[in-house]
Design a binder for this molecule. Structure first.
Ligand code: IP8
Length: 263
């Protein structure tokens, strides 16, 4: 059966401006659609981002830059805090899925991955499940690294790339965004920005997208990661996660409002 990989963006499931603020109504709406996909026989893998449960604290203590002797004590406390915040956010998502009757198996990257970026090390075999088995769920996390940096931030977007390219039978990879229809030609906050219905890496980005950046890279990272997956997977989409029913249209191979990322 086909497999669908869904990333619940941190900007969808949290309010990025407020520390640890989950947007439960959006999480629940996505859970209901995932249940429909599962009932139609799809195997699903879920990845989620950090939003205000990870990025604020990670930025404050420069966790994505690795070990810094000058602030090592603060960094070590921040690592524990970010990890436990990510566990809390994950619990909200898992509970929401449980409420619609979906069982999950949580796989925190700190337990199975080392290194950051698309080249991280880690065994992806346990993500390969049949539709009737619990859904594997993972997320962006602070992971150990094998060099002098000692630790770093592994983004859920990079996990998406490896899952999308290495797990068998993936028919669609979907990145759910918060409050935006897909990839826009300029940041959505700029008046007159328009949705790009398709996008390829060689079309590049408007420079002003740089402004909307978080510790792992924001929308540009997402689009670049989506483009890597599009080399292997036919349907790779950036969708507005506040209208999750569009996922059903995508998995049934029809066009919808959003950005289809092309090879
Ligand atoms: O939101 C970042 O994951 P992302 C993870 O998927 C942390 O890029 C802990 C900031």
């Amino acid at each position: 059966m086909p497999r669908v990989i869904v990333k619940l963006g941190g900007g969808l499931i949290t309010d990025k401006s407020q520390y640890r603020k989950v947007r439960m109504d959006y999480v629940d709406a996505v859970s209901a659609v995932i249940k429909e996909m599962k009932d139609s026989g799809y195997s699903v893998i879920i990845v989620h981002g950090a939003g205000s449960f990870g990025h604020l604290e990670a930025r404050k203590w420069k966790l994505s830059e690795g070990y810094d002797q000058e602030i090592s004590e603060e960094q070590s406390k921040a690592i524990s805090r970010v990890r436990s915040d990510m566990d809390d956010l994950n619990e909200y998502v898992v509970r929401s899925l449980m409420n619609v009757g979906i069982e999950c198996e949580v796989m925190p990257p700190r337990e199975w991955a080392t290194g950051v970026g698309v080249e991280f090390q880690g065994d992806l075999n346990s993500f390969v499940r049949d539709p009737e088995q619990p859904i594997p769920i993972t997320f962006g996390d602070v992971v150990d690294t094998a060099d002098d940096t000692r630790f770093g931030i592994l983004s859920g977007d990079h996990i998406m790339v490896r899952l999308g390219c290495e797990v068998p039978d993936v028919s669609a990879c979907i990145f759910l965004l918060g409050d935006v229809e897909g990839l826009m030609d300029r940041p959505p906050s700029e008046p007159g920005s328009v949705l790009l219905p398709t996008w390829k890496l060689d079309e590049g980005f408007s420079k002003s997208h740089n402004a909307d950046i978080d510790v792992t890279g924001g929308i540009m990272l997402k689009a670049q990661c989506a483009s890597m997956i599009a080399r292997q997977v036919e349907d790779v989409w950036l969708l507005n996660g506040t209208v999750p029913s569009r996922m059903l249209t995508v998995v049934s191979k029809e066009d919808t409002l959003g950005t289809k990322v092309l090879q």
